[in-house]
Design a binder for this molecule. Structure first.
Ligand code: HEM
Length: 461
């Protein structure tokens, strides 16, 4: 009995000691966390004083939300309810163009001020590098891709892509654009019946972009797409969705299972690697023909080049969505604006008639360009679709940022504008009326870009 009591009391003593140690460790962690936070705030304040920054309004609703948890919950709730855009606009209306929020302990500054945006994107680009945020999202699918890298490696990857995109006449094949456009036409139901043009423009741009980046389309518009290509498209869609979700989850993303994401990334990489291997081997064989015996380094570098080529092709496909949302957004606007639609069609017929535009003619289709630029919503009254405002404006101006500005400006901008000009021209040479079958309001769906949750229902004749 005595022995049992001794055991019991020494066990209780051990437990007490363990409990105290745990409390000490927790207090230590909390103190070190608080000290780091105070130091960070002190440094920020010093920087703000140095640059003469004014006091920023902060969200009064969350003044006692010291850990930023209530704010994070509210952000997540708006994301789920598809009201993030309305919520964001309302906050800018309430607090002005720049305000500060605390989201899970991070002091985040939100701004829609033109000078701040210009400063962030161009002048102070190095200070606001977004790669620490992006890297964990993109590194699994493109370990050395342009969205994952920063510093000199990013610059190298960007230079490679820019040089590939520099000779547009060499890389854009208008006959191939025409083939994809014809496949789109086969998807349009006859006699102006309603269909979701958003899903069709998605398939159209995916076909064009895979043709460009892999050398072979995934046949997303075909009625007999192979199982393998279908699987690849599903994987691509899934992994993009997951990247976006994780971006919003921030550090909390660690608590969500990743198996399916990893599987999709592996399969998608495997698919693209096959095309990349073909391209690199073709290049090596061309070099052999030109230079005779291949240098030993050509073989040594083969695997690295295949991996780089895979990263580049996948990055292009990750950046592809804006092409399709530009087109579907345009249909959404034109379905409600008969004046602009008539003017667009008349300008196309007057410039190129009803045959496919040539390279020379693409540069003269000014109204088509304005409509495309306007589709990306801009100007003093961005809610209003008014292509004519572009008569006195230029996409080069500082405030025009659908393609971003500064060092990370979209390297595919010129490519995108040419391809979109061709496709829009062909679409409105073919169709003179766009019936509006959208019964619901435009509702946000945040993907790699913004889409309409309800699709874009139109009839074309
Ligand atoms: C209407 C069509 C397009 C729009 C509106 C658009 C818009 C953008 C924007 C806003 C960014 C900056 C993203 C960021 O840094 O957060 C970007 C980056 C990028 N875009 Fe585009 N894009 C379009 C088409 C394309 C096309 C067709 C390609 C490829 C051929 C492309 C390739 C890229 C790449 C690789 C980046 C990353 C650049 C970097 O981080 O240095 N984009 N694009």
């Amino acid at each position: 009995m005595n022995q049992a009591t001794t055991h019991f009391s020494s066990g209780a003593l051990d437990q007490e000691r363990l409990f105290k140690t745990c409390i000490l460790v927790l207090v230590g962690i909390a103190v070190s966390f608080l000290a780091q936070k105070l130091l960070q705030v002190h440094r920020l304040r010093a920087l703000e004083r140095l640059h003469g920054c004014g006091e920023l309004p902060s969200e009064s609703e969350f003044q006692y939300d010291f850990l930023g948890i209530a704010k994070a919950i509210q952000l997540a709730s708006h994301f789920r309810k598809r009201t993030s855009l309305v919520y964001t606009n309302a906050l800018f209306m309430k607090y002005g163009e720049t305000y500060v929020s605390n989201v899970i302990g991070h002091r985040l500054i939100f701004t829609c001020n033109a000078d701040n945006t210009k400063h962030l994107l161009s002048t102070a680009f190095v200070d606001f590098d977004s790669s620490p945020l992006r890297k964990p999202l993109f590194e699994y699918i493109t370990p050395h891709g342009i969205f994952t890298l920063d510093g000199p490696d990013w610059k190298k990857s960007r230079d490679q892509l820019r040089s590939r995109l520099s000779n547009l006449r060499k890389i854009i094949h208008l006959d191939s654009c025409e083939q994809h456009f014809q496949a789109f036409l086969r998807r349009v139901p006859p006699k102006g019946q309603a269909f979701d043009v958003q899903s069709c423009t998605f398939a159209l741009s995916l076909d064009m972009q895979t043709q460009f980046s892999l050398g072979e389309s995934v046949d997303a518009q075909s009625f007999s797409q192979s199982k393998e290509k279908k699987r690849f498209v599903e994987d691509l869609l899934f992994l993009k969705e997951r990247i976006v979700q994780d971006g919003f989850r921030g550090p909390l993303r660690r608590f969500f299972p990743k198996e399916r994401f990893h599987q999709s990334c592996l399969r998608a990489r495997e698919y693209v690697t096959r095309y990349a291997t073909r391209q690199v081997e073709q290049q090596i064989s061309n070099n052999e023909k030109n230079d005779g015996i291949p240098p030993a380094s050509a073989f040594n570098m083969r695997d690295r080049e295949i991996s780089q080529c895979t990263d580049q092709a996948l990055s292009i496909l990750l950046a592809n969505d804006s092409m399709s949302t530009t087109l579907s957004g345009l249909f959404f606007c034109l379905a409600q604006d008969d004046r602009a639609l008539k003017k667009l069609r008349a300008s196309i017929i007057a410039t190129v008639g009803s045959t496919p535009p040539t390279w020379g003619q693409l540069g003269s289709l000014h109204y088509v360009r304005w409509v495309i630029q306007e589709g990306k919503e801009f100007g003093d009254d961005p809610e209003k679709f008014y292509p004519e405002r572009w008569e006195d404006l230029s996409p080069e101006m500082p405030g025009y940022i659908p393609f971003n500005k500064g060092p990370r400006i979209c390297p595919g901008q010129q490519y995108a504008v040419i391809v979109l000009t061709y496709i829009v021209t062909r679409m409105f040479q073919t169709f003179s009326s766009v019936s509006n079958y959208n019964t619901k309001e435009w509702t946000e769906r945040i993907s790699m870009t913004l889409e309409n949750e309800n699709g874009v229902l139109v009839g074309l004749e």
